[in-house]
Design a protein around this ligand. Structure first.
Ligand code: DLL
Length: 437
């Protein structure tokens, strides 16, 4: 079974897809058609959804308007694990053209599969995301997202080609070679995690090279939470525009949402393919502008349709700006499973990052160590001071850092200055939190 509604044209090499300039009313009409298709497709093809919908007493014909989505049951990461590997697949195995997997924190991977049409849509949406980022056909794009089961490398790769650019399929790691090839091939844009871009900038500096003197004009960064303070740091250190790309394997991979370079005000969700909602802790939908957990329903996925998938990412929805019909998500605060609850206060690594980058003597190289003393949890922030900062200035900065965290986050934490270069450097997704309890 294929979708009955499909984009009228492929994403053009230059310029906008018709769906990007629709009115909100036109977009919602398309969303409703596609939601009805998806719900029926999932219900008829995936026993898990048949059972879930039957239990909830809802049938595909009950979806008459977009608001009816609130009657559908949620899908969670645990559901994906329980149906590992192909229980949620809605097409015959032979129709899958590719499989990706995301490594869960508990070790068990979750699997996603794509039909040819799913892969085409994905390439189109990454091309759309790159165009929104300011990348143009004919450019060379250095792709330092990891290749393999992770969706970052191959997902970005197909979109770079689809836009009509030259891809350098570098993958992650091997930082000295990244530096060398950026110098030799003179790419116009780079795709990698924000923390890895920082590692690359450090490697330029360590080699006595000016990171501001590269050919790079745009960095398309995502796959992990990062703050506007980090954006500023990257833009200043590398003299480029850093744009936010968001996505997750369960929904597609990179390119579910992307920021526009002209506004840099949070990723636009490509709502012709994904229907976003924000829910509170009671799993009730909240209004646009309010923060909660981001939930996605895929609207065109053939192989692995996802109904109300709970991402665990905390953010809020806002009206579209540079693409008026497509709502934006605010920068992700963090995942609710990355949240540290310290004596009743919620702490996110992004809050610490923002504060650290506001103190000139400190760097964004820090880790969080959670330990237990008696009945109480304690958080220690280990951080590197900037190169050339003398001991007295660094100690003073550490005091300011501790006090700012107490004031702005409301949490009492320990701060320990560690030697420059002693903390692990990112080669992809950065691990900030070490739970020693
Ligand atoms: O990280 C897909 C991706 C690759 C996105 C390359 C962007 C660029 P997963 O490995 O399944 O997929 O991890 C998805 O990463 O739920 C968020 O918690 C986080 N994440 C992804 N993009 C962003 C972003 C890829 N721009 C999980 N800002 C998501 C904040 C992000 N967090």
């Amino acid at each position: 079974m294929t979708r009955d509604t499909y984009p009228p044209t492929r994403q053009p090499h230059a310029g906008l897809h018709p769906a990007e300039s629709m009115t909100r009313v036109e977009l919602e009409r398309l969303q409703l058609e596609r939601l009805q298709w998806t719900v029926r497709h999932a219900y008829e093809r995936v026993p898990f959804y048949t059972r879930r919908f039957d239990e909830a007493g809802i049938a595909p014909d009950d979806i008459r308007e977009l608001a009816d989505i609130a009657r559908l049951p949620f899908t969670t990461k645990e559901d994906l694990r329980a149906n590992y590997p192909f229980g949620l697949c809605a097409v015959p195995r032979g129709d899958l053209r590719r499989i990706h997997a995301s490594s869960g924190t508990t070790g068990q991977v979750t699997v996603v599969g794509y039909t040819q049409r799913d892969l085409d849509t994905w390439a189109d949406l990454v091309a759309r995301s790159l165009f929104a980022s300011g990348v143009r056909p004919g450019w060379t794009v250095h792709n330092a997202y990891g290749y393999g089961l992770f969706t970052g490398g191959l997902g970005a790769h197909a979109g770079i080609e689809r836009l009509g650019c030259t891809v350098v399929p570098m993958s992650g790691g091997n930082t000295a070679k990244q530096v060398q090839l950026i110098r030799d091939f003179e790419p116009d844009a780079i795709m990698c995690t924000p923390s890895y871009l920082l590692t690359i900038a450090d490697a330029f500096a360590a080699a006595g090279l000016d990171p501001r003197a590269t050919s790079l004009k745009v960095a398309v960064c995502g796959a992990e939470p990062w703050t506007d303070a980090m954006r500023k740091e990257l833009e200043e250190r590398l003299d480029l525009r850093a744009v936010d790309i968001y996505g997750l394997s369960e929904i597609m991979g990179p390119g579910v949402a992307n920021e526009c370079v002209e506004t840099q005000d949070g990723p636009h969700v490509w709502e012709d393919h994904f229907l976003p909602e924000i829910v509170d802790e009671a799993l009730t939908q909240v209004a646009d502008g309010e923060r909660g957990e981001l939930v996605f329903t895929t609207l065109t996925r053939e192989a692995f349709p996802m109904i109300r998938y709970r991402t665990r990412d905390l953010t809020s929805l806002h009206p579209g700006s540079a693409r008026p019909a497509h709502r934006r998500i605010a920068k992700i605060l963090g995942r609710n499973d990355d949240m540290i609850v310290l004596r009743g206060v919620n702490v996110f690594p992004t809050q610490i990052e923002e504060i650290a980058l506001g103190i000139p003597e400190l760097t964004s190289h820090f880790v969080l160590e959670l330990s237990r003393s008696g009945a109480l949890d304690e958080l220690l922030v280990k951080i590197e001071a900037g190169p050339g900062t003398d001991a007295a200035a660094a100690a003073l900065a550490a005091d300011v850092f501790r006090a700012s965290i107490a004031e702005r986050v409301g949490a009492r934490v320990g701060v320990e200055l560690v030697a420059g270069g002693s903390l692990p450097r990112s080669e992809g997704k950065l691990k900030r939190l070490y739970d020693l309890r």
